[in-house]
Design a protein around this ligand. Structure first.
Ligand code: AMP
Length: 352
């Protein structure tokens, strides 16, 4: 196999784990990230320390790499397009465009025949009041762009919850009001599509969030075979529609009757797929590297039940306890400062 170089935009833990998987298959990696000595660069061959949209840095990255990928969905679309003019960029920039705006995302999912919560675009206080009235005073208000881990969100539980001045307090930016989904549980599927259109999906993970941040992913999810198949089918339709290459994470709400409502997509490896490094022969990270490098996809079969737990902030202090347990894979991200709500690492415990 020829030794070639993969450029990764973004220097966080996902980039770090991609770089580690790439190294095992003889690829070199270069990270583009403004923060020096970032988690990804610690495990990569080289870092270009510059803003994601710095034209000179992008051109330098393009000239040093054979293919480009990214580890977060807020890579400026213009940067991805600039790179795509001279070398392959996977997933395609169109996937960024769709995932960066919750309205565009929901419309795209619906156009693929994938059900989401009902929604209204909210561009003023009057829009908000009208949208809430349509949903009987209930709903989840989110910023269209740049919201993650529950940030930039406001829940309206009943018409008793006042909406006074809320458009302003949310920053006067474009918003989306989603109908409140009374789900039974939350699950996600990690799926992949190769350069040749081949597709694979991992088993559904059941996810529990705390304070808007993923806390645990448990395998198997408590869903029936039909629900698993419906998630795979939705992922396949989405990946085909995007002409996608790489790994994608799709989060769903599961209703009491087992039907699925798509919540959001992440055009990258995903936190709820970290369990794959312990419970599958081919992890989501290797699957992504295989896809973007034009190699055959690996078998996503799961050999064990497991629980992945995120180590957030001070949870990092529990590492000695986790290290002492059998059947636990500990993965730390090389972040020096343990700020609250900061993802410091994760552990996956096999259940057998
Ligand atoms: P998100 O940032 O869209 O992933 O939302 C964070 C969390 O808020 C989700 O994992 C759900 O637990 C909850 N949530 C988001 N949207 C809705 C909705 N439309 N109805 C009910 N719960 C929601």
């Amino acid at each position: 196999m020829t030794l070639s170089t993969i450029g990764i935009i973004g220097g966080g833990q996902l980039g770090r784990m991609l770089a580690m998987a790439a190294a095992r298959l003889n690829f070199r990696t270069i990270i583009l990230e403004p923060q020096a000595d970032c988690p990804a660069a610690q495990a990569a061959n080289r870092q270009i320390v510059a803003a994601y949209d710095d034209p000179a840095a992008l051109d330098e990255l393009a000239s040093a790499c054979d293919v480009i990928t990214y580890e977060f969905e807020n890579v400026p679309v213009s940067a991805a397009e600039r790179l795509a003019a001279s070398l392959p960029v996977y997933p395609p920039p169109k996937a960024l465009d769709v995932a960066q705006d919750r309205l565009t995302e929901k419309r795209f999912l619906n156009a693929c025949g994938i059900e989401t919560a009902k929604f209204h675009a909210v561009n003023s206080q009057a829009d908000l009041e009208q949208a809430l009235a349509d949903f009987s005073g209930q709903g989840v208000l989110k910023t269209c762009r740049l919201g993650y881990d529950g940030k930039g969100q406001r829940v309206f539980r009943s018409s008793a919850d006042s909406a006074d001045g809320v458009f302003e307090t949310m920053g006067g930016v474009p918003l989306i009001l989603e109908s409140f989904v009374a789900f039974e549980r939350e699950v996600s599927v990690i799926a992949a599509r190769s350069r040749h259109g081949e597709m694979r999906a991992y088993d559904l993970a059941e996810n529990v969030h705390r304070n808007g941040i993923l806390h645990t992913s448990t395998l198997p999810a408590r869903v029936g075979q039909e629900t698993q198949e419906a998630a795979c089918e939705a992922a396949e339709r989405l990946l085909s529609a995007l002409g996608y290459v790489g790994v994608i994470g799709m989060e769903f709400f599961v209703m009491a009757d087992g039907t699925l409502i798509a919540n959001e997509i992440a055009p990258r490896v995903h936190n709820s797929g970290h369990w794959t490094e312990a419970a599958c022969v081919i992890s989501q990270f290797e699957q992504h590297i295989r896809a973007v490098a034009g190699l055959p996809l690996g078998d996503p079969a799961r050999h064990s039940d497991c629980v992945m737990t995120n180590l957030i902030g001070d949870d990092i202090d529990q590492v000695p306890k986790w290290l002492a347990k059998p059947d636990v894979l500990v993965h730390l991200y090389g972040k020096t400062e343990a700020r609250p709500a900061r993802k410091m690492g994760h552990v996956t415990q096999l259940l057998r």
